[in-house]
Design a protein around this ligand. Sequence first.
Ligand SMILES: CCCCCCCCCCCCCC(=O)SCCNC(=O)CCNC(=O)[C@H](O)C(C)(C)COP(=O)(O)OP(=O)(O)OC[C@H]1O[C@@H](n2cnc3c(N)ncnc32)[C@H](O)[C@@H]1OP(=O)(O)O
Ligand SMILES: Cc1cc2nc3c(=O)[nH]c(=O)nc-3n(C[C@H](O)[C@H](O)[C@H](O)COP(=O)(O)OP(=O)(O)OC[C@H]3O[C@@H](n4cnc5c(N)ncnc54)[C@H](O)[C@@H]3O)c2cc1C
Length: 640
Amino acid sequence: MSNEVNTDLLKERSTATFDAERLTEFIYKGPEKVKRKRQIQNIVLQDKFLQSFKPTEFYDRDGQYNNAVRRQIYIMDRLEELGFRSETDRLNFREAAAPVELSPFGLHSGMFVPTLERQGTPEQSRKWVPLGKSFKMIGTYAQTELGHGTFIRGLETTATFDPETQEFILDSPTLSSIKYWPGNVAKTVNHCLVMAQLYTQGKCHGTHLFLVQVRSMEDHTIMPGLEIGDIGPKLGFDGVDNGFMKFNKYRIPRMNMLMRYAKVLENGDYIKPKNAKLTYGAMVMVRVWIVMDAFKALSRATVIAVRYSAVRRQSELRPGGEEAQVIDYQTQQYKLFPLLATSYAFLLAAEGMSQIYAKISSDIERGNLEDMPQLHALACGLKAFCTWVGCEGIEVCRMSCGGHGYSHASGIPKIYANIVGACTYEGENTVMMLQTARYLSKSYFRGQRGESLPELIQYLTIDLNVKSTLGEDCSFESLVAAYSHRAARMVATACKLQNANKQKGMPSHDAWNKSTVPFIAATKAHCHLLYAVYGIVENMGEFMQDGYFNQDQISILNRKVLALLEDIRPNAVALVDAFDYPDHLLQSCLGRYDGQVYEALYENSKSSPLNNTDIHSSYYNYIRPMMQKRSKSKDISAKL
Ligand SMILES: CCCCCCCCCCCCCC(=O)SCCNC(=O)CCNC(=O)[C@H](O)C(C)(C)COP(=O)(O)OP(=O)(O)OC[C@H]1O[C@@H](n2cnc3c(N)ncnc32)[C@H](O)[C@@H]1OP(=O)(O)O
Ligand SMILES: Cc1cc2nc3c(=O)[nH]c(=O)nc-3n(C[C@H](O)[C@H](O)[C@H](O)COP(=O)(O)OP(=O)(O)OC[C@H]3O[C@@H](n4cnc5c(N)ncnc54)[C@H](O)[C@@H]3O)c2cc1C
């Protein structure tokens, strides 16, 4: 490979109107943090073992899982040796060391240990959390069943208290009650946090979490009374062993129920939690993290697509002129630049969401549950919005790279395959949006009754008769007002339909169901408050429906969006460079910093296993016999 940087990329970087390094410092919170991040990434780059892995698509499923375990355990050991204590250092190391591979221990660190910490009593946490943190106990979060994922109240696994033995008996009474999907259940973990319907004194008290040992701590054999296996290959998550698990009257000690909020006493008495939804805390936490995952996935795809678009030359823009960089086509800019802006918006949204989560979850820990519904609504809506928009955007990035985008060598298919799971896991997106919609509906009616609303949704009470004041400058205030107006109008419309349905005599659940399509649209509009001109132009009908904008204002907005493409054009490469993703993190022949995409693609294709021999065994096994058979056939030889 040549060491030169592609001349088009050099030019792009030299003509940018701002210093990308300053923006990098803003993203990573200061020059010292950027330096530290790069040092850590360099440690990974110098590490021969970590660099020895081929891209995951070159391995079969068994190899992918095996490599994921091998690599992740090596990462754990190195983190210990290096003595990295800060969460940011550890995350930077992990991301650089396994940039596109999901960890078979992800749910252990991401859900199992935090849930023990937050849902266990102080004694339970003291006992189990150190075992989890030191990997003496490896666990996961097992909730979903064959028959139910969304509807947690419908889960069928039972945990029945037996006061005689002071044990819970876990059972899978039906086929549909078999746990199905939980990550790392199949081969990796020896413990699970199992969500099951709690029965005591003959009464069901709803779903609760139980710590269950599923494999022997000595030899990893499956505990008697359990049936466990892998669910098979999936769209992505290659290194993750999502599994199934069936309980056959399997006994665990009483104290293995997580009892921070709800309790079962020795005599079988049940003590209710302050709020039954406290058991759902782990899901809320992961939904918050997913917003950051959506940012990372979309921004990586955008870096790849923008850099490649600056390098790729195709067709004549000026008749008879040189072939143009595809980034100079207005249509290409319209595909990519809004996604670049969206990436930055997602970053800020993810950081804001994390701060709100930290504040409200610490209130909850102290017993103040007042803001729980608000946190739930925000996390559900943003999780769904950011993963939907992120996945659509990644697909646009892939297609904007033409044919090469379809190859794994572009790095984009893997990004997509992994993040698209997030539209389903931790709450299917439509269902999540409807949770936010319920909150908006209740808040709308509260606002109508003159009750005060939390700051984020105060816009629901604005006067919908006011028209836009947007002028040539498309001021920030006029844009925010437009989004608020559109969301408030759409929420009001959906609520009025819900009300009208009720007045027609429908029971309230039907009145709700028969207004959920407009509610989903309204909730998307609510989440869309992150956007500016492009979001209005793309959804013009919704902004126009009640004549909020006049014809002149629409023309202003249409002109503005095209002018903004011109403004971004000289800075597009610098704006993606600022994310500071090194090549080994992007793992993309198209998104390379030096832009040497053709050399990289050519080199990469040589490593395809199909190139190990000039003549593939299938020639001897099938093609040659077929040809020999055909050449003997009279019809064909006659034609030849
Ligand atoms: C770095 C680490 C990475 C880690 C991960 C590694 C890679 C990732 C791997 C992938 C990992 C994937 C891992 C996985 O996938 S784990 C499995 C994840 N599963 C889900 O997310 C299931 C989704 N379903 C639900 O959450 C519930 O069933 C819903 C919410 C749909 C309804 O629920 P339910 O039927 O029980 O409730 P209700 O209808 O009686 O509603 C009653 C009221 O309660 C309110 N309510 C509901 N919930 C909450 C809440 N939480 N806080 C506050 N309030 C809440 C609700 O709004 C309603 O309010 P109102 O309308 O009455 O006012
Ligand atoms: C990659 C991956 C990893 C996973 N990891 C885990 C894990 O570690 N642990 C775990 O416990 N689970 C895990 N899951 C399971 C996941 O959490 C569930 O699949 C998810 O919660 C969706 O539930 P479901 O499959 O029941 O979908 P369903 O609810 O069956 O969805 C099917 C359709 O029905 C619609 N629908 C359902 N209910 C409603 C409603 N009330 N209103 C309107 N529409 C509705 C949905 O919108 C969807 O279109 C994982 C799943 C995936 C894909």
